[in-house]
Design a protein around this ligand. Sequence first.
Ligand code: SAM
Length: 279
Amino acid sequence: MPSKPKLGQNFLRDHNAIRRIADALGDIAEQTVVEIGPGQGAITRILAERARHLIAIELDRELAPALRTQFPPDRVTVIEQDVLSFDFSAAASSAGQKLAVVGNLPYYITSPILLKLAASCAALDRAVLMVQREVADRITAGPGSRDYGLLSVTVQMYGPVASLFTLPPGAFSPPPEVHSSVFRWRFAPRFAELGVEEQPFLRFVRHSFAQKRKTIANNLRGAQYDSEAIHAALEAAQLPAQARAEELSIPELAALHIRLDRHPQSEGPAPQNEASPSV
Ligand code: SAM
């Protein structure tokens, strides 16, 4: 069956990498695992041997039935569906436990999948995901690094991430044009611990990172925050007036948000990036 580039089909051929991805999930003998995009079953096989049960979600209408013939239904449930409409909460309820997620993701919808997992975090325990290397670098970056930004903060607000390993294009068939990296994400949302509400804080983070070269003060002014309040909040947090969001840790961003929340934004046009929650 020829691969379908539109569905991001680059099938993993490196057996060592397949084992390392499965190992990165830890002990799954008592765990229900969800695989995103099982494709021809490269990772599915080892997961089916190790997991209590595997739910494999595949959009391709030819690959999904082929997978059903490969694996016994008591070990692997193949669901032919768009993962973006999969109900992780219902699956966790049926399993009676939080789910582990694994996937060599279709890169054309990496961000929507990450946002979907974040939105489903109450149903999830951990995920081991393969994404384009540059995206993994941004996801796992810390403050002050070239790659740290909106994506890093958004993902890390839902739990700690760890970069695991990188694969060259030749590990796949057909080879993609980019390197790929695997990272692990343990779901443990930080909103309550930091004293912020989810959506208002994420909106604040989007405003803070709106334009890369601008200071956080300028970005927030552009989002109609009160100038004096921004100045006072930076000073109270002992941050320089010229600080950029890319230099601030997640607790520092949360502290600024909490202080600025007491000063409602002045009326004005919606900021440019308000409409798109895309990371
Ligand atoms: N897991 C296999 C492997 O590692 O060889 C295939 C990985 S391939 C990069 C991505 C897979 O995701 C493909 O099988 C593709 O058909 C599937 N896919 C693409 N879009 C999807 C979607 N919206 N929902 C579920 N699966 C999708």
